[in-house]
Design a protein around this ligand. Structure first.
Ligand code: CP
Length: 308
């Protein structure tokens, strides 16, 4: 079992073996991260540049942490403070940084497909840290790692993904990976935030919050992505959103025994997730963040091995 590709661009075309390889490998790094000295030399002498055209807290800092713990020189490129503002193109920007002998680019961009475009035009390894509405593969890997850690296996598991599915690259990467691993996925969200062809995902679609939560082992709440909704807010008030689409403690009671609640962050408290759930024992929000570092260490180590 291994992963032989140059890049990690999404989960849609990954096999079950490739997904499981990353989850198994990440365990080694989780153990390392629990030591007092969290250092390995898998990326010693290598250069990783985090190329971020969109804001990030978790993904960028965890990739930077992962790269540094593996001994790499980790550099952060922030588009808003770069020559992008003077009109430099995406590929010119990448080629200039590649000329500095960069080994891995970790890229977040607002356009779907842009990270694949970079991978096709660069000899360096490329990791997709979120491209538009398309994919966020390391988020899916850290979600799966956290689910397996708490539930033991994926067999017969029911996962409900709830909220702004249309604008969520997290939802897409989770759905593709979970379907490959045989997980039963249910989707639910406001009609104005559901993709037109939601049936194309091949998932069960719930009619209301209660139906979406009932029988779930894992509930993944999605952030309402106001930055992708254009000029008009797609719902009249946050109170109304919370009433029809928010996860409350009462609703969590409808789920299976010992349910796990996930959220990729940042949370809109009181909108998609109430604080009494976000800060409760069933909340995996900070476990997801912790496991994100281990998963990203596994991804970076694998790609650098493939690069030779
Ligand atoms: N989960 C996630 O992508 O969070 P950030 O936007 O803070 O990186």
């Amino acid at each position: 079992m291994s992963y032989k590709r140059k890049d990690l661009l999404g989960t849609r075309d990954l096999s079950s073996d490739e997904l499981m390889f990353f989850l198994d490998y990440a365990k080694e790094f989780k153990n390392l991260n629990n030591q007092s000295i969290k250092k390995a030399d898998n990326l010693r002498g290598k250069t990783v540049i985090n190329v971020f055209y969109e804001n990030s807290t978790r993904t960028r800092t965890s990739f930077e942490t992962a790269a540094k713990r593996l001994g790499a020189d980790a550099i952060n490129f922030t588009a808003s403070q770069s020559s992008t503002k003077k009109g430099e193109t995406l590929i010119d920007t990448i080629h200039n940084m590649e000329a500095m002998k960069t080994d891995i680019f970790v890229v977040r961009h607002n356009c779907s497909g842009s990270v694949r475009f970079i991978a096709q035009n660069s000899n360096a390894c490329v990791v997709n840290a979120g491209d538009g509405l398309n994919e966020h593969p390391t988020q899916a890997l850290l979600d799966l790692f956290t689910i397996r850690e708490h539930k033991g296996s994926f067999k017969g598991l029911n996962v409900s993904i709830i909220g702004d599915i249309e604008h969520s690259r997290v939802a897409r990467s989770d759905i593709w990976a979970m379907k490959t691993l045989g997980i039963n996925v249910t989707l639910f969200g406001p009609p104005m935030m559901m993709p037109n062809r939601v049936d194309a995902f091949g998932c069960r679609v719930a009619k209301n919050m209660e139906e979406a939560v009932e029988g779930a082992d894992v509930i993944i709440m999605l952030r309402v992505q106001l930055e992708r909704q254009g000029s008009s807010t797609p719902f009249p008030s946050t109170r109304e959103y919370s009433k029809f689409f928010g996860l409350t403690k009462e609703r969590v009671k409808l789920a299976n025994k010992n349910p796990l609640v996930f959220h990729p962050g940042p949370i809109n408290r009181g909108v998609e997730l109430n604080s009494d759930v976000a800060d409760s024992e069933c909340s995996m929000v900070l476990n997801q963040v912790e496991n994100g570092v281990a998963v990203r260490m596994a991804v970076l180590s694998t790609l650098i091995k493939n690069r030779g």
